[in-house]
Design a protein around this ligand. Structure first.
Ligand code: PBG
Length: 325
């Protein structure tokens, strides 16, 4: 049917009509809020490159989680910043580590809030690489054992989902095996399956104090030019036991999200990363774009591409906005 019989504008005339035919939605239920947990007590240390985001002590993180829950957001993902870093990242798998303490404290107060943990060594190693460094290179197989230990200690503390973000080969399988052997077959794995070596992680590295001390992450994170390879990475992680597969970053990789969802039909998470957040905040603060509007447009685009869930620093802002509409 063509114009003048078909007039697409007929269904755009008012908000009720537009709502009736709306194809994609963003709900607080689709969002996961990242939290940076550091040492100390009653400590809130703002991250200068991420307005509205701060490193929190465990007690403050619990308070933040209460707010998150009240806004209808179902899950948080925790990143730990230990007091001391060392070459093997021992803080990552210590039962008294900062994330392990945070999980216990959150679960005690808010048992129904889903706690996801980032499983990686970069926040805990003194060189800030995501694994064990041997002769200037990250040793893949030596790292697997430590990642499995880390995931296991998160599960023991009460994590619902563990999220390996290191990009070592074989880590999902190693983690699944360690969890199953220790009675944690119900702890799910959200694998950072297609994680690109991206400039968009800049502000996160300030927040997590995890800028590599030498070199960069291109020998383990993916080349931004590749999509077929992303599909192979996702296939591997699914075969090794991933329950949810993640694409990261989100905004510059919407095509990857789309292809992963179409090809595998698995639950897909997308990480709307720190740089994507900071760009919008900065432009908003300068009055160059309408921050709220652009935020919702970006979140919608990630859902439209096929993401079931979005990890985003905007989760609270978006949930507040949605509640007021
Ligand atoms: C740890 C990790 C990173 C992010 C999530 N987990 C940093 C990195 O790989 O350099 C980035 C998140 C963000 O930028 O918001 N490996």
């Amino acid at each position: 049917m063509d114009y003048p019989k078909y007039r697409p504008r007929r269904l755009r005339r008012n908000e009720r009509l537009r709502e009736l035919i709306r194809e994609t939605t963003v709900s607080p239920k689709n969002l996961i809020y990242p939290l940076f947990v550091g040492p100390g007590k009653d400590r809130v240390q703002p991250v200068s490159s991420m307005p509205g985001v701060a490193q929190l002590s465990v007690d403050r993180a619990v308070i933040e989680c209460q707010e998150v829950r009240a806004l209808g957001i179902p899950a948080v993902i925790l990143f730990g910043i230990p007091e001391h870093k060392d070459s093997l990242g021992t803080g990552a798998y210590a039962d008294a580590g900062v994330v392990q303490q945070a999980i216990r404290a959150i679960k005690e107060k808010l048992p129904e809030l889903l706690v996801i943990t980032d499983v990686c060594l970069c926040e805990y190693t003194d060189h800030s690489h995501c694994g064990v460094v041997e002769n200037g290179d990250v040793d893949n197989d030596a790292t697997l054992e430590l990642l499995a230990k880390e995931a296991l200690s998160h599960a023991r503390a009460g994590a619902d989902i563990v999220g390996p973000s290191d990009m070592m080969d074989g880590r999902v399988g190693a983690i699944r095996q360690a969890l199953d052997q220790n009675g944690f077959e119900n702890v799910a794995i959200m694998a950072y399956a297609a994680k690109y070596a991206s400039g968009f992680y800049g502000p996160f590295r300030e927040a997590a104090e995890s800028t590599p001390q030498f070199g960069d992450r291109r020998s383990y994170q993916m080349d931004p030019a590749n999509t077929d390879e992303a599909l192979r990475e996702v296939a591997l992680d699914i075969r090794e036991g991933a329950d949810i597969v993640m694409v990261k970053p989100a905004l510059a990789y919407l095509d990857v999200i789309y292809r992963v969802k179409q090809k595998f039909g698995y639950p897909v998470a997308a990480y709307n990363v720190s740089g994507e957040y900071s760009m919008i905040k900065a432009a908003g603060q300068n009055g160059w774009v309408d921050e709220t509007r652009v935020m919702m447009e970006v979140l919608l685009s990630i859902r439209r591409a096929g993401a079931d869930m979005i990890l985003t620093y905007f989760a609270k802002d978006a949930a507040r906005l949605l509640a007021s509409q």
